[in-house]
Design a protein around this ligand. Sequence first.
Ligand code: SF4
Length: 370
Amino acid sequence: MDQLLFDYTRQDAQGQSCTAHAWAKVPAPLSTAQRAALKTEAAALLKAHNAVLVAHFYVDGDLQDLALETGGIVSDSLEMARFGRDHAAQTLVVAGVRFMGETAKILSPEKRVLMPDLDATCSLDLGCPADDFTAFCDAHPDRTVVVYANTSAAVKARADWMVTSSCALEIVSHLKAQGKKILWAPDRHLGRYIQEKTGADMLMWNGACIVHDEFKGLELELLREQHPGAMILVHPESPQSVVAQADVVGSTSALIKAVVEGTAQEYVVATDNGILHRMRQLAPNKTLIEAPTAGNSATCKSCAHCPWMAMNSLQGLIDCLKLGQGQIELDEPVRIEAKACITRMLDFTAALKAGVPQPQAGLVPHIGAA
Ligand code: SF4
């Protein structure tokens, strides 16, 4: 890992760090009556614009509920991509972070893709600038380039495969079986986890999610002593010391499934705490405990909640539909190039679901199946 970590305290033009800038844009909490009124208005606008809401598990609970109540979806990023592509609505409103909106647009260029706040980004995306990444790839032309979904369209355009945390293990195992050496970006923790599980030859970019990177192994050990019967659920973007203590390591969907189907009464959850909303709805009798982040006397950048996910609001959704703002636009050549690696992943996962054996024929980097 010879790349430098992105500096999240870096100052922008306003003299703010990027996380401080994001927190400053998170809307203040609303009263129950205000929330109900905004939800009603938002639902009417979605209907009037023939739009569908595609939301991530980490966004505000009202947005998650609104998505489900209006025929949209709340899911992980893999399902969001599939749902947006396959839905008949000509306007997709993506409540999540920018790479999710870009993925929707890449797959459905004919649709209007709106986001409640286009500034909602991701530390993994920020920490993997396209020019630096291209230079990294150029320096290792013998490697198949696999990128996590949490990257810009320009980075995806340089990749052979895109993966999400739902399918990364299967895809990397598949590439290893073909004898491929892998260049992996940007999350170093997820990359390490997959490398350990598959034994693949992986050269890593040195990025991290500011939310998961802050979960602490030592504090988790202490918490487990207080809750000896609890099941430990960990997203693989977390550090090794946290993953090592997990009963279940998986994507957001996998962690929700573990709570719903688990026989334990208590669950310690090491992922963004926005997920607790859906977990509580689906498993109301289970006890959910947030995994510790920075520990006593320390500070945290996220405290287990992503500031960019938190920027999504009902008012932002109303504004983007009413005013047509927050629209995702992409350069067509970049979109076409980026689409190849996403389509490859979607085809692979669809075949996996259908039980179709994967072809062993080689892939030609940046071209496709040989
Ligand atoms: S939770 Fe982490 S990976 Fe997800 S959008 Fe926020 S910074 Fe990115």
